[in-house]
Design a protein. Structure first.
Length: 134
């Protein structure tokens, strides 16, 4: 998607100056802020479908920055043993997507609030994990 291209392009330009740890932290905070914005937009109906869509585009861009820098951090920590490291984040993305889909489905509604709630919980978990990893 265009959001993935934008996220990767921004990351490519900034990571060499700021480093992957700072990019990971900043993008994670941005994801949490966007998740909160999505919760407000979906609960108030502000902007309708286009409001949700706009936030989701930025979320996808930020998610690609988080993914790229999270993988870089894992590879950096493993050093010479890093050959299989990129498979680990892919496993977590796949598993997290399955769990997230099941959690949204458990709400039993097509209202975007269910998605926003699950995304918000995931964003809080991401920030806690980032905090504990320091």
């Amino acid at each position: 998607s265009a959001a993935a291209l934008v996220g990767n392009f921004v990351n490519m330009r900034l990571v060499m100056v700021r480093g992957y740890q700072r990019m990971l932290r900043d993008a994670s905070v941005f994801v949490a802020v966007l998740a909160a914005a999505l919760a407000v937009i979906s609960s108030t109906g502000f902007g309708g479908v286009w409001g949700v869509f706009a936030v989701m585009v930025w979320l996808m861009a930020a998610f690609h920055v988080v993914t790229a820098n999270g993988t870089a951090g894992l590879v950096d920590q493993l050093g010479k043993k890093a050959g299989r490291a990129p498979a680990v984040p892919a496993l977590f993305r796949f598993t997290g997507g399955a769990i997230g889909s099941a959690a949204v489905g458990a709400f039993g509604t097509s209202h975007p609030g269910a998605f926003a709630t699950v995304l918000g919980v995931a964003a809080i978990g991401m920030l806690l994990g980032l905090r504990m990893g320091r």
